[in-house]
Design a protein around this ligand. Structure first.
Ligand code: 0A1
Ligand code: ZN
Length: 881
């Protein structure tokens, strides 16, 4: 366990290392409990560094066996060692020397899953961010780049597969049962991109011919028997490779590209050079076991990790404060890829829903931080939705400001100028300034100021002068460590929609920059005047969600409906309906709390019906429109004094009133979207299934029993419909014979497939209401639960805490008490997973006072529980501050 305090690291303290790494040779003698790691590194003292400066190497939970300089063993008169550092003195100046470090590590005892560990009998590594120091003493930071040669030695029968980064050099037998395998990666890389895998795995193989006609071997390693389920991942990989050549001119740079799927993994996947390691959840899919969402996730994550080869690996981060340099940019690239592979507006809607649900929530609570933070106590806690998703939005805004062709030029310059380097956000932004001539100083505040800007809008049309006046005011709320903010550069795509549905073409626009339909809000308050607007338009603002901001605008229901029917931007049509729905839902919660009855307005009901039945629109879009804001969305919009039960009751009542009014069309939709023909995971087929599922959900609000959902469960021939029908049964008809029977049948059918059992956990853990806590506790005692497996922990405990607003936020506080105990337990084994699940309580201060008091005492219980990891300690301190 780390020290409880955890030192604060400041961006301002960045200094290059005193020594420059040139080459690293690593030999691993693998053993489940005693692996020997021999490191030989060539390095030299940096020019200008002090001649007295010692070599400081990071370490964590290592047993040191030997140290040598240029082959000569040294002892503690020349070095000092503790669990965190190996410090070597008396090193030469002006010449290259070789440091040898031998360490012993215990992969089997490694429950943190950082460094070298075992998963289902396979050796596997995870080194980002600071896992390499758990393998050997090293300058474990991203600005230390080296060329690696790796030799793996292991028992040959247990480990026929032995992999590392780069190109394969060769393999052989020692004749005593041991085998070796050697790898060489010619591209200098930081230690966080190192990877090693060894075990007995099956493989799926293919090839890809690059744009310069080089053939690359593609291999996906999975557990034996699961090979067929890797086909979609392979297809996604080939499409990603092609897309990166076409969209960004980026070609792959080794002879081989490998993916290994493992069942114990802290995150989604990892972009190690040439050897990506994946949580198997994001590799394995077939129609019987994977939903359409699983397929979409696999496509996106395979692409994301592959795209890191250029944005992250060839050009990496100077320090971990620059994490968004690789993550924000790579998320943007994977979003663009998915948009090109699927429906762009539907993809954008899903992104914005996710951004608001996660990032906006983070940005308005105690864990808010800038896209590029200034300090951290535990870097693992900064793999956040702000760094990833807001980071992507900031990249998107650069593309909006410059226009796509100029953005591409800036990216080309970035690749050309910084290939092989470890760089900063400033280096990145400078490329776009240099190609465009635009000053991005004010824009860069997006990297430095946390908090979601609020843009207040007022609009006025004057028929006599044919002028449309738009006044905007921006306000960025205070966030931890940032009480006052500067006005930002906010690019707002917009249109003025005339009566006939067309966009007004204003003759002139004054008051600020307005280019290609994008208005540039740069002042705290700014008024734009559009001249020559023939009649009163409806304002469609923030089209495509061009800026990640909240809008405050008292727009009339008629104008919103007009946009919902006519906007040329499909995303904006969804946005308008969503806005209408959230306004109505939040108002209705107040009515419920005051004891009144609620029902949806005719405007909302009719626009939902019109859009849902509009055959000209793609089914996936219609399904998105039909998906009302979630209970969490409503809670976020209300912002304070949250009573989760009132929200739940209100949302159900509104759904009941709408479903009653449009029952006929819903029945028609449900019938018309029946699956016929073989399953295909393509976007159009998935869209049809999502519309059908949506119709079933709506109908469950007026059905007087579970018969329809039970029939849908019985008829489903793919996981998308099966899991949805089970969800409707379990959530809408809890305790019914049909629900219980389906839960039991599902368990029996998929008992041997842990990834499907995760869905079973998740569906049960998110049943609304007070009784779910008991069910979660029972499931934890059941045979499927594995307390060390991150996927099991997340799907049972994580989904209960993160995605069950009424069950978790029980008024009596039992949900919070349960979680506090679990966090302390999990933290003892796997701090990263504990910390991630704990973020479910980040918005506790917005709860109504009774719940908030219970939540606070649960957090205090964790606080006082003794030995906490730096990960959990950091979060608890920030959440209680
Ligand atoms: N770089 C990876 C995410 C990642 C980060 C940390 C990890 O350590 C447990 C693992 C993966 C990505 O963006 O996909
Ligand atoms: Zn990434």
């Amino acid at each position: 366990m780390e020290a409880t305090a955890g030192q604060v690291v400041h961006l301002a303290d960045y200094r290059p290392t005193d020594f420059v790494l040139e080459r690293v040779d690593l030999t691993f003698e693998l053993d489940p409990k005693q692996t020997l790691v021999i490191q030989r590194s060539l390095m030299h003292r940096r020019e200008g560094a002090s001649e007295q400066a010692p070599l400081v190497l990071d370490g964590d939970e290592l047993t040191l066996k030997a140290v040598a300089i240029d082959g000569n063993p040294i002892d503690e008169s020349q070095y000092s060692v503790n669990d965190k550092q190996l410090v070597i003195g008396n090193l030469p100046t002006g010449v290259t020397f070789e440091v040898t470090v031998e360490t012993i590590i215990d992969p089997e005892a490694n429950t943190k899953l950082m460094g070298l560990y075992r998963t289902n009998g396979t050796y596997c590594t995870q080194c980002e961010a600071e896992g390499f120091r758990r393998i050997t003493y090293f300058m474990d930071r991203p600005d230390v780049l080296g060329v690696y040669t790796i030799t793996i030695i292991a028992d040959g029968s247990a480990n026929p597969v032995m992999l590392s980064n780069g190109n394969f050099l060769g393999a052989g037998d020692y004749g005593d049962g041991r085998r070796f395998s050697a790898w060489y990666d010619p591209h200098p890389k930081p230690s966080y991109l190192f990877a090693l895998v060894a075990g007995d795995l099956g493989v799926v193989e293919d090839t890809f011919t690059t744009m310069s006609e080089r053939e690359v071997a593609l291999k996906i390693y999975v557990e034996h028997g699961k090979e067929a389920r890797a086909a979609y991942a392979m297809d996604a990989l080939k499409r990603s490779m092609k897309w990166d050549e076409e969209a960004f001119g980026r070609e792959y740079d080794l002879d081989i590209f490998m993916i290994v799927a493992v069942s114990d993994f802290n995150m989604g996947a990892m972009e190690n050079k040439g050897l990506n390691v994946f949580n198997d959840k994001y590799v394995l899919a077939d129609p019987e076991t994977a939903t359409d969402q699983d397929y979409a996730n696999i496509e996106a994550i395979v692409a994301h990790e592959y795209f890191h080869n250029w944005t992250g690996n060839r050009i990496t981060c100077r320090d971990w404060f620059q994490l968004c340099l690789k993550e924000g940019l790579t998320v943007f690239r994977d979003h663009e890829f998915s948009a090109d592979q699927r429906s762009r507006p539907v993809k954008r809607i899903a992104e914005v829903r996710h951004l608001k649900a996660e990032q906006f929530a983070e940005d308005s609570g105690p864990l808010a931080h800038p896209v590029r933070p200034q300090l951290y106590r535990e870097i693992n806690n900064f793999y956040t939705t702000t760094v990833y998703e807001k980071g992507s939005e900031v990249t998107r805004m650069i593309a909006t400001l410059l226009g796509r062709p100029m953005f591409r030029k800036g990216m080309d310059l970035y690749f050309e100028r910084h290939d092989g380097q470890a760089v900063t956000i400033e280096d990145f932004v400078k490329c776009f300034e240099d190609v465009s001539g635009r000053d991005l100083t004010q824009f860069s505040l997006w990297y430095h100021q946390s908090g979601t800007p609020l843009v207040s809008v007022s609009a006025n049309y004057d028929a006599a002068s044919q002028e449309f006046k738009l006044s905007l005011e921006q306000m960025i709320p205070p966030t931890p460590g940032q009480q006052t903010k500067e006005p930002m550069h906010i690019p707002l795509a917009m249109g003025l929609i005339l009566e006939d549905g067309s966009d007004a073409k204003a003759a002139t626009v004054t008051g600020g920059e307005f280019t290609d339909g994008v208005l540039h809000l740069t002042e705290r308050t700014q008024t734009f005047v559009f001249e020559g607007v023939a009649n009163r338009p409806a304002l469609s603002l923030n089209r495509s969600f061009s800026a990640p901001v909240n809008l405050h605008f008292d727009q009339s229901a008629e104008d919103i409906v007009h946009i919902a029917r006519h906007d040329s931007d499909l995303f904006s049509r969804w946005q308008a309906i969503n806005y209408l729905a959230i306004q109505e839902l939040t108002a209705a919660v107040k009515t419920t709390e005051a004891g009144g009855d609620v029902a949806a307005s005719p405007a909302l009901t009719s626009i939902l019906m019109a859009t849902a039945s509009d055959e000209a629109l793609e089914p996936a879009f219609r399904a998105q429109v039909l998906a009302l804001p979630t209970e969490a969305d409503i809670a976020r919009e209300i912002g304070s004094n949250i009573d989760n039960d009132a929200i739940h009751t209100t949302r159900n009542a509104i759904m009941y009133s709408i479903a009653s009014a449009i029952a006929g069309p819903l029945e028609y939709l449900h019938a018309m979207t029946t699956n016929n023909g073989a399953f295909s995971p393509d976007a159009a087929s998935a869209g049809r299934r999502s519309l059908r599922n949506s119709a079933l959900t709506w109908l469950s609000h007026i059905d007087d029993g579970p018969a329809r959902a039970a029939a849908a469960y019985a008829a489903a021939d793919n996981m998308t419909e099966l899991a949805h029908a089970l969800t409707v049964l379990a959530h809408r008809f809890p305790g019914s014979n049909e629900a219980e029977a389906a839960i039991a049948e599902f368990e029996q059918r998929f008992a041997a497939n842990p990834l499907v059992i995760d869905k079973w956990f998740m569906i049960q853990a998110t049943v609304p209401g007070d009784t779910t806590l008991r069910r979660v506790q029972d499931l934890m005692r059941g045979s499927h639960f594995a307390p060390n497996n991150p996927n099991r922990l997340r799907s049972l405990i994580g989904s209960f805490a993160m995605s069950n607003p009424t069950g978790f936020n029980r008024a009596d506080g039992e949900g919070y008490r349960f979680l506090a105990e679990r966090i302390v337990e999990i933290d003892g084994r796997n701090p990263q997973v504990a910390a991630r699940i704990l973020t479910s309580m980040r918005s506790w201060r917005s709860l109504e006072p009774g719940r908030a008091a219970h939540a606070k005492s649960a957090l205090l219980a964790i606080d006082l529980s003794g030995r906490l990891s730096t990960d959990v300690r950091d979060l608890i301190d920030r959440m209680l501050k």
